[in-house]
Design a protein around this ligand. Structure first.
Ligand code: ADP
Length: 870
């Protein structure tokens, strides 16, 4: 019969399915023993009972005690966790097969996508089910930005807190779920604070007050989990003895009049005391029953960890870390892997290449001698091999998963990680921890309306968490690459992110949820008023809020539904107005900017790898260190083929268009071997594949919102149609793209200092609060805040003139720009004559002075035409 498939003599499909099922079951059975040894296992009944009898359970347990993997498995078969029939109006649209039902699923929120995917993978194995969307019968799935893998049968769903906020937009009552588990709450990211506020409002409604409960009486259980013991604030936030406050100082949980410690003088008058904090569903005037809260403490397994400090402050972290790694490797027997905590991806990649050089030289040194060994010394056991594994949030999942794979025989692993391994991922096998004492944190400076991503000192509690990683399986060592005095001077605890960050996203999210009185929303920690005001102003600038009423506009609503920062979302929408190739380009640029890391690798690291293994370890290491500092690219530039190739991608006055050129060249069908192309151009293949993922999703989202992309037919592929090849050829399209950037990045605009009115001879303006060297005249001045700024050395627009007197290490923490490919040409433009009159930039970062990063030249007339200069 035509259309029928001729079957070979293989086993019938039923048998294949059965075999797969039994494979999953066998794996689960094998894992059961390991699960039973976790510290949380004996608490299973206690946890079940406490969740059954309460609305909220607070669960404290050391990292690795089994909270994230076991708690959902303890709960998902409970009676209260089965779906209840709802009415047709309660139907949620997220998946087919669950029509009209309420509840039935458990959501486990993770601050990071890596952890969400890795935990889902593990729990699927433990339950004995295929993962996510791979099978309609799969009970475990995950949902992270740009990747949703859930089946109709999914009961346990790991998702990032950001994804739950997106779901809350569609389904304010979280009808999909019977339980929400908020994990890693000690990290206190803004998203978690927001989620806790929304959960409290759902629980309050379920407790029988207001205009009714959108869940038709089906209870929602909340489990809040933390690795540190400080749960008092959260207990108060939910509990009946609540001392927590909404942002305007009223206590909604207990309806206590008063401010609960709020500084009234600061808050009065800014909020409407009468207004409800509710959206359209319920408006609590009284609470009939308090929210029931209980807690449970899991005692972890922890062996002693000896802390070591440096006698004096460390000047070169990478050198010191490398020296310590070599010492450990040469003097400590196996087993015992090394976990190094570094501040960010650039540091990780730099240390990674040093480690590779060392590992390769070891292999060389240990190759069997041609002559047979005669002395006992020559028979001495060889050192173990080294396996070097980087670990950071944007690393592709399959590479992250390597930390859970068995270590090869006679091998020591060196794991180079950001603070992701502090509590989010439990890395097995670690006996030595190196703690550089730094992490990347976003700091918002409301006065300057700037959000900066800086490498900052960790807190003592983070240092303890890091050290704890060395004592999971046996006594361990933690080498702190700072002095003991410095340790005691660290902050005791990490501040909640809400006190430090740009709150535009928080305010936009609340407004999109219909919370017009932002100050009335219950939050665990009240954000600084200045940050809130700055966020409101920023959103007004982006046309997301109505200038008269303060409520959300149509543009704002669309921005909130896009999974990128508000400024980038605004750029996308502006691109949508033009459509076609402009929108394609805008999507590409936004995809690249939505990643924290840059795409350009430091060229020296390529050189180092090309240098190969002919030299001794010491020579190679010294060579490596030397290149490390040489971010200037002042050495033999032209002899480097990578720089020559990279130069082809540069757009003379725009980092944004340079990014676009790189992405379009990479995605071009004529680029057959993408990995080789990345090597040729000194570009991170990891970053490019992430960008392709993001771009695909954003293209799909824009296309489904009826925006016309030139690539409309190809939204499901990461290859461009041949006609899009090459750079943005036509000037008009190029300028339009830059104009779109202005709509989102405004007011990050600066003009040549010589043109700025009211400048001091140093060009720093009044707002520049950084101590400045009077000889360092900032070439640009921000238009609104009158702040002197310099062009970051990673920018294609960087010239010696743009930063006179620059110290070499200024570029070190972010020296991965495209600049080295074009500096020579640009460097010729000394003085202000060759420099564009106005620039727009994506971020401002501080090292020794304020640097604009990701910069493009723009015309001031465009800014005026867009009505921004009235
Ligand atoms: P907690 O949430 O308390 O930090 P977890 O439930 O995350 O603890 O981890 C419990 C155990 O499961 C740890 O020993 C960890 O190594 C192991 N584990 C977690 N995720 C994975 C994974 N993806 N692959 C293999 N083992 C894992």
């Amino acid at each position: 019969q035509s259309g029928s498939v001729q079957r070979s003599n293989g086993p019938p499909p039923g048998r294949i399915l059965d075999a797969q099922k039994s494979k999953h079951r066998d794996r689960a059975t094998a894992l059961l023993k390991t699960r039973q040894q976790l510290p949380i296992w004996p608490h299973a009944d206690e946890i079940r009972q406490k969740v059954r009898e309460n609305d909220v359970l607070l669960l404290v347990g050391e990292t690795g005690s089994g909270k994230s993997t076991q708690v959902p498995q303890f709960l998902y078969q409970e009676k209260w966790c089965q779906p209840s029939p709802g009415t047709s109006s309660t139907q949620h649209a997220s998946e087919q097969g669950r029509k009209g039902e309420i509840g039935g699923r458990i959501a486990i929120l993770q601050p990071r996508r890596v952890a969400a995917i890795s935990l889902a993978t593990r729990v699927a194995q433990e339950v004995g089910t295929p993962l996510g969307a791979s099978s309609p019968a799969s009970t475990v799935g995950y949902s992270v930005r740009f990747d949703n893998s859930v089946s109709p049968a999914t009961k346990i769903k790991f998702l990032t807190d950001g994804m739950l906020l997106q779901e809350l937009l569609r389904d304010p009552w979280l009808k999909e779920y019977s339980c929400v588990i908020v994990d890693e709450v000690h990290e206190r990211g803004v998203n978690v604070d927001l989620v806790l506020g929304f959960l409290r409002r759902i629980l309050e409604a379920g407790r029988g007050y207001g205009k009714g409960d959108g869940r038709n009486g089906v209870p929602l259980k909340v489990v809040v989990m933390s690795a540190t013991a400080d749960m008092e604030g959260i207990q108060g936030f939910f509990g009946s003895d609540s001392d927590s406050t909404s942002m305007n100082g009223t206590n909604t949980a207990k309806q206590v009049n008063g401010t609960s410690g709020a500084d009234e003088s600061e808050w009065n008058g800014f909020s409407d005391a009468e207004s409800s904090h509710e959206d359209n569903a319920s408006s609590p005037s009284q609470i009939s029953k308090p929210i029931a809260v209980d807690s449970c403490y899991i005692k972890g397994r922890q062996y002693p960890v000896t802390a070591h400090y440096t006698p004096t402050p460390v000047t070169n972290i990478l050198d010191t870390a490398m020296d310590r790694i070599i010492q450990i490797h040469q003097h400590s027997p196996l087993p015992g892997d090394i976990l190094v905590f570094l501040s960010g991806q650039e540091m990780i990649e730099n240390l990674e290449s040093l480690c590779h050089t060392y590992a390769t030289s070891l292999v060389e040194q240990q190759k069997p001698a041609r002559q047979p060994a005669r002395t006992k010394k020559e028979h001495a056991p060889k050192l173990p091999a080294l396996q070097i594994l980087p670990l950071f949030a944007s690393l592709p999942t399959h590479l992250q998963a390597r930390i859970f794979q068995p270590t090869p025989h006679f091998t020591r692993r060196i794991i180079l990680s950001t603070n992701i391994a502090e509590t989010s991922l439990t890395v097995p096998g670690i006996r030595h921890v190196l703690d550089t004492g730094k992490h990347k944190s976003r700091l918002f400076r409301p006065g300057l309306n700037l959000d900066t991503l800086l490498s900052t000192p960790i807190s003592q509690s983070m240092a303890k968490q890091r050290a704890g990683r060395a004592g999971r399986e046996a006594p361990g060592h933690c080498y702190r690459l700072y002095t003991e005095k410095d340790y005691w001077e660290l902050e005791k605890d990490t501040e909640p992110e809400i006190l430090q960050t740009d709150l535009s996203f928080l305010v936009l999210t609340l407004k999109a949820h219909g919370v017009d009185d932002v100050l009335g929303f219950p939050l665990l920690t009240r954000p600084p008023r200045r940050s809130l005001e700055a966020a409101l102003e920023g959103l007004l600038n982006l046309d997301a809020l109505d200038g008269e009423t303060g409520s959300i506009t149509e543009i704002g609503r669309k921005m909130a539904s896009l999974p990128v920062r508000p400024d980038l979302a605004r750029i996308l929408l502006e691109g949508g107005k033009f459509g076609g190739y402009v929108l394609d380009g805008v999507v590409d640029i936004v995809s690249a900017l939505s990643l924290e890391e840059g795409i350009f690798l430091p060229i020296h690291s390529n050189k180092r790898l090309q240098n190969g293994v002919k030299k001794t370890t010491q020579e190679l290491l010294l060579n490596g260190k030397k290149k490390q500092v040489d971010v200037d690219g002042s050495d033999d530039e032209d002899s480097n083929p990578v720089e020559a190739a990279r130069r082809q991608l540069l757009s003379r006055h725009s980092d944004h268009l340079t990014l676009l050129n790189a992405i379009q060249a990479y995605a071009n069908p004529s680029t057959h071997d993408r990995r080789a192309w990345c090597d040729q151009h000194g570009i991170s293949h990891r970053a490019m594949s992430r960008i392709m993922d993001v771009r695909k999703q954003l293209r799909q989202m824009m296309a489904s919102s009826r925006f016309q992309l030139a690539s409309s037919k190809d939204v499901n592929t990461d290859r461009d149609a041949p006609m899009v090849k090459g750079a943005l050829g036509d000037l008009h399209r190029r300028d339009t793209t830059l104009r779109c950037l202005i709509s989102g990045l405004w007011p990050n605009i600066a003009i040549l200092t010589s043109l700025a009115p009211g400048q001091t001879p140093q060009g720093q303006g009044q707002a520049g609060s950084q101590p400045q060297n009077p000889n360092q005249r900032a070439p640009y001045t921000t238009l609104l805040t009158n702040q002197g700024i310099h062009i970051h050395p990673s920018s294609v627009m960087f010239t010696q003139r743009s930063t006179p007197g620059r110290r070499k290490e200024d570029g070190d923490n972010n020296g991965n720009g495209a600049a080295s490919g074009g500096r020579r040409r640009q460097g010729a433009a000394a003085g202000t004559s060759g420099m564009p009159r106005a620039i727009i930039f994506t971020d401002l970062i501080y090292t020794s002075k304020p640097y604009a990063r990701n910069v493009s030249a723009v015309e001031l007339s465009w800014v005026a035409e867009m009505g921004k200069l009235s």
